[in-house]
Ligand binder design. Structure first.
Ligand code: EPU
Length: 417
């Protein structure tokens, strides 16, 4: 599948200003939760990503009216939502389609949804989602990838997750936000996108509180609201890493720098120059460092979603640096392509070993998933020669208007016609 190709000629200093769009992973959860609200909601800062359009298609299948300006504002009317068996390409293409399980179960007794898709960089089970549904009274049978649910009586009002999961936390919130009485979710994910979802639902009248790794939902009447999606911390992180590789006073328009605390600390320790301001971040490149060991884990640790882009910055390491992804221990789909460009990376005991290489050269590489794909772009931006990047579709799932944003800070990158 070589649908789109980008050509990059790298090793240019990057400076000027780059903007950050609305957060993909917050938006996807909130789009599904607009069904739960059964009312009219207006969302701002909605990024027109491939996944956004897939979510809109699913909403329309459910008889939800959606008006989108294809830029940043969307109006969703879910007052006449219908219970439809969800199946089809758009559901199988994206991960977040599984949020319609929780959303529909909050409203209907019998729900049927085909299993989700998304980037296939690891095995991605949904047992924790099913566990939460079960405790909250929903039995599930899986027939050829189709999940058939039957909602009955709540079994337990306190759901204790044995492992932290962003998706399972979202799905449990969606289902619980319409249940009678009080529900307590324990050992939930701390990711800021979850708090954005909670803020949205609370603005719609919900009574949801977070107490550290617990979320308490009290019965409430829901209504519509007007809400602005938070900015994308993973996109902002990616530009910060890019600035640490090649920046000269690269200004990133991103305000919620507290979400990037661990990354800023790490990059500073590795000699990147970062100024944190209320309105933006200013980053200049690191000239290199000896070595480091980085661990990627649930928030507030370094996010698994920046492990692949960060592997490019770590190639400034004089000795072997080691990256360990505790969330997805095999999320290293970028290595083969990167080594074909002369990078020095290998895996040992599920850790990624990286060191400086003098042999970087252009070539032809292929995106295999979203974050692996963006790491190929970052790599190509480091290399003097020309690099062709195939299967750009994956990158477009999470980075809006990337070519123009990168051109705007001095990168030599264009799309091949
Ligand atoms: N897990 C289970 N069982 C489950 C669910 C998860 O064992 O039922 C495991 C996973 O295999 C993984 C860990 O728990 O080892 C955490 O997975 P999580 O459920 O938190 O991931 P997710 O909800 O499927 C979201 C983001 C991902 C991001 C992860 C981790 C969305 C739509 N996706 O996925 O984003 O990597 O959280 O932060 O919000 C991306 O943006 O590129 C992306 C993949």
């Amino acid at each position: 599948m070589i649908l789109k190709q980008w050509i990059v000629k790298g090793n240019k200093i990057l400076s000027g200003t780059i903007n950050v769009s609305g957060a993909k992973n917050s938006l996807l959860a909130i789009l599904a939760s607009s069904v739960v609200v059964k009312s009219i909601v207006v969302l701002e800062n909605v990024t027109p990503l491939k996944d956004t359009y897939d979510m809109i298609k699913i909403l329309r299948k459910l008889n939800v009216r959606v008006l989108y300006d294809n830029k940043s504002k969307i109006i969703i009317d879910s007052r006449y939502v219908r219970n439809v068996k969800l199946d089809g390409e758009e559901i199988k293409r994206i991960r977040a389609s599984y949020y319609f399980m929780g959303a529909l179960l909050s409203l209907f007794k019998n729900v049927s949804v085909i299993g989700p898709g998304g980037c296939k960089f690891a095995s991605r089970p949904i047992d924790l989602h099913l566990f939460a549904f079960n405790k909250l009274g929903c039995e599930c049978v899986n027939n050829n990838e189709i999940y058939e649910f039957k909602k009955g009586k709540i079994k337990e009002r306190t759901v204790i997750f044995k492992k932290v999961s962003v998706g399972a936390t979202v799905n449990a919130i969606l289902l619980a936000s319409r249940l009678r009485g009080t529900i307590r979710l324990v050992n939930v994910a701390l990711e800021p996108e979850i708090d954005d979802l909670i803020s949205f639902l609370n603005k719609c009248g919900a009574n949801i509180k977070r107490e550290d790794n617990e979320i308490i939902l009290k019965e409430a009447k829901l209504h519509g609201c007007h809400f602005r999606i938070m900015d994308d911390r993973i996109e902002a992180s990616t530009y910060l890493i890019l600035g640490a590789c090649l920046g000269e006073n690269l200004k990133i328009n991103y305000k919620q720098n507290e979400y990037l605390k661990e990354l800023i600390k790490t990059l500073r320790e590795l000699n990147a120059n970062i100024i944190v301001n209320k309105e933006y971040l200013l980053v200049s490149k690191s000239e290199g460092f000896e070595s480091s060991k980085l661990i990627f884990d649930s928030y507030p640790n370094l996010a698994t979603d920046i492990q692949q882009p960060l592997s490019i910055f770590m190639s400034k390491s004089n000795n072997y640096s080691v990256l360990k992804d505790k969330i997805y221990p095999s999320r290293y789909t970028q290595i083969e392509d990167l080594n074909s460009l002369g990078f020095d990376m290998h895996i040992e005991n599920q850790s990624l070993y990286i060191k400086n290489s003098d042999n970087l050269k252009g070539g032809v590489v292929c995106c295999k998933d979203l974050r692996g794909g963006i790491s190929l772009v970052l790599a190509a931006l480091l290399i003097d020669d020309q690099t062709t990047i195939n299967d750009i579709y994956y990158i477009e799932r999470g980075y809006y208007d990337l070519i123009n944003k990168l051109k705007g800070i001095g990168a030599n990158i264009y799309e091949k016609n």
